[in-house]
Ligand binder design. Sequence first.
Ligand code: HEM
Length: 517
Amino acid sequence: MFKLVSTAPNLLWSHATKAIIPIGICLVSAAYLGMTVHNKSFSTDKSIPIASLRPGDTTHDNEYDEDQDAFLERCQAQYGEVFNVYLMNKCMTVVSGPFIREVFMNDSFNSMDALDEMTGIRAFILSMSKSNHEVDSPEIHGIVRDNITPDLPKYTASIVAQLEMCLDKEMAKYNKSEDGTVLVEKPILVVEEMVANAMANVFVGPQIAKNRHVLDSFITAAIDFGEMLGGGEVRKKSFWRTFLDNAGHKVMSPLQRHVKILFDAATPVVLERCRLEQEANTEGQDVCGHLVTLVLASVHTTSDTSTNILYHLAAYPDCIDRLFEEQQEVLDTIQEEREQQRQARTSKGEPIPEDLNPQEDRALSATAIKRMVHMDSFVREMFRCRTDRLSLNHRSRRNAMLSNGMVISKGSTIIINMKSAHQSPTQGEDVGKFRPWRFVGKSKAATKAGADFLPFGMGKHACPGRFLAIQQLKIIGALAVSRYSKIEMQDPSKTQKIIRGVVGTPCLSGLIFTCRQ
Ligand code: HEM
């Protein structure tokens, strides 16, 4: 069915919080009032403690935003692993440590329900598909799992070629100064172009990926989507705003424009491939709908994280040399191995097959990328340090009990304490610090999702695109260290803010690249 794929090689405050707190009850303290109103939506289990509010605060948002780590440390010390907070216009139960796994492994808790409640995302996704309106459709997950991930080694050469070609083309637009440095004020623009091209080649094949409208659609779909969902306010949208937006999305989805662009570009190709006009018209539209959903899940997340790799290379300059050395060592070894294979064939009088072409000896092959264990550790450590401290909300579809006996009642929301997962003592020493080689020599690949590594979720809904994403991140890192001997922040005062910023943080500094001689 998914022919196009299978044939192709932070945040503003919502003022609603204030609005829903009844005006005029000024005899009651704001803190007490806050908790009384919010309690209505907490899980009905009264044994779950509610985190206290600071004097003068009506929600936990201020305390959380000021210092996420300190807030969570205080709550965990006072209340243990499971406690209630009022954050982002929601009453939520924070689940930490050993109980995190129970949330991901229990079908009673659903992350899509929670995301939909906050953003109305489901109405968007359903509006893009003509035929399949199943709420829990596993179709898109299956498309990535069955059509992309198993064939990743086959796509690698074309992904590397696209990333390399776009990096050179985009960097050539900037002036090189006499000392060999290049200032790029918005590195995300370079990376977006690279990732969109690489993703388009995988998702729709080289023919359609050449279409500029399609590429622009890949880059802007996530921006359109974010803006429609309320821009930077997504996380803190009020109940009424979400309700009205959801109603609007059902009748009018701006993402239809992206479906149409893809449909127009893809139809001739689909027709040629299917030789059935009827099939192209019905299935083709749905394929494009699925594609836009995939684009939303993949391009911005991967571009943003890839850009952050460049920022991390600037923040930890010694890593560039080690990563470059590793790359040379890996390529030297592969070159030697291939030479030995050629000699063995020659000595037996056998022909040298095309895939042992000496010109490909130093290519960034899937094998070479897999062997770059320092790059893999660097990427995993960046994810470990960078995630929002509370994230991955789940909504409870029925009353569900955790192993400590606490009941998360139907309709209530859980939020995962990522700090407790990513900074637990099991992560090794200096858990609060970026230690790039933390995972070298351990069986902890960057693609390995689990209760100790949650940027891609875990369990049956864990991101199926993480294998493609990590491969692209490692290739972009490898290309950066092979082309540039130094990457510096244009504004070093922003370093900590940038590397700690979560996905979607605006660009706070340019980068200065020093080309290798
Ligand atoms: C750095 C890049 C990426 C990050 C950080 C990321 C993160 C995530 C997260 C946190 C989830 C939710 C998991 C859960 O609910 O437990 C998810 C789901 C998903 N992602 Fe990714 N993702 C990335 C790239 C991609 C790519 C490249 C693709 C496609 C090729 C993709 C496709 C999907 C799909 C289809 C789902 C829905 C899975 C389901 O509900 O069963 N993602 N991703």
